[in-house]
Design a binder for this molecule. Structure first.
Ligand SMILES: Nc1nc(=O)c2c([nH]1)NC[C@@H]1CN(c3ccc(C(=O)N[C@@H](CCC(=O)O)C(=O)O)cc3)C=[N+]21
Length: 284
């Protein structure tokens, strides 16, 4: 068997076109959705992310601002910038690129972002809203992964979904979203004893561990849908996922590539959340 490759770039384009209609409707009413991204310090990986995000905002005709602060920016100065953007009516979505430098308390930063502009969905109020099924902003990577499954025709209800990785930004919210869609959900961690026992039982397998190629074909159920959230840069400069694509594609029913899988969808859902936030602020 050879898996159907889930084309994240193509699906991202399709979803962006849907959101462009909504952005255009807002602009017709004189409201341009606006996104602000704050980056503290230099991180080579964030350059691609920022470049792709700028492109997506431009495609949809959104207003976007990039605030690049030096690595030695104080916590107080960062919190002041967040307060300024919280109060800025041109800005409907605001995020601080993670991780922040060690001298800054990341939780304080997430708490400072207005829950109404928190397009990452990382503020405790929005985390709680997702956990109780009253979703406001779904975190972009899990949200994008869910849309990839839906657009690929993978059924979720009643299926066994296994999420490997329990981070606050991917694993935990992914598990909650799948649960919301009536999957039977198992969350595994790097400490899980006999991980393959769980992954081999997964109809839907989402991998977000940050460990290159740790899931191999022999750990996957025949016909499973495999979503690879990992983006690892190898010594040769090439990107690879947390799944060993070559062996996995022989067993899986569907699989996302890296790059060109979850990454483009993360950006798309960030833009979608920004448009949704602007709609909400306009009372739509
Ligand atoms: N507050 C916050 N929110 C985030 O959403 C966030 C963050 N911080 N910190 C960094 C990570 C990383 N991230 C990526 C999103 C898309 C691609 C992406 O577009 N990848 C493409 C291109 C990859 C490449 O060519 O390098 C792909 O996978 O095809 C990459 C990385 C969002 N992040």
């Amino acid at each position: 068997m050879t898996a159907r490759i889930i084309d994240g770039k193509a699906i991202a384009q399709e979803v962006r076109a849907e959101w462009k209609i909504r952005a255009d409707a807002l602009k017709a009413r004189g409201i341009t959705p606006g996104l602000a991204v704050i980056i503290v310090g230099e991180d080579p990986a964030s350059k691609v992310y920022v470049a792709n995000k700028v492109k997506a905002c431009a495609e949809l005709g959104l207003h976007s601002e990039h605030i690049a602060l030096p690595a030695d920016t104080s916590e107080a100065a960062l919190l002041a910038k967040i307060a300024e953007l919280n109060a800025d009516p041109k800005i409907h979505g605001l995020l601080v690129q993670l991780p922040v430098p060690k001298h800054i308390d990341g939780d304080k930063v997430l708490n400072a972002i207005s829950p109404d502009k928190d397009v990452d969905g990382f503020h405790p109020i929005n985390v709680g809203a997702l956990a109780t099924g009253n979703m406001r902003f779904a975190p972009c990577t899990p949200y994008g992964s869910l849309v990839l499954l839906q657009k690929s025709g993978v059924s979720i209800e009643g299926k066994h979904a296994v999420v490997v990785g329990r981070s606050n930004i991917v694993g935990k919210p992914m598990a909650l979203l799948l649960l919301q869609h009536n999957a039977t959900v198992t969350i595994c961690t790097s400490k899980t004893v006999d991980l393959a026992k769980y992954t081999r039982d997964a109809d839907i397998l989402v991998v977000a561990t940050g460990r290159p190629k740790m899931i191999t074909g022999d750990m996957i159920k025949l016909g499973a849908a495999v979503i690879d959230v990992g983006i690892n840069r190898m010594a040769d400069g090439k990107l690879c996922g947390d799944v060993d694509f070559e062996s996995a594609k022989e067993v899986a029913g569907w699989i996302t590539p890296v790059p060109g899988g979850v990454g483009p969808m993360t950006i798309t859902m960030l833009v979608a959340n920004t448009v949704q936030s602007a709609e909400r602020s306009a009372g739509i």
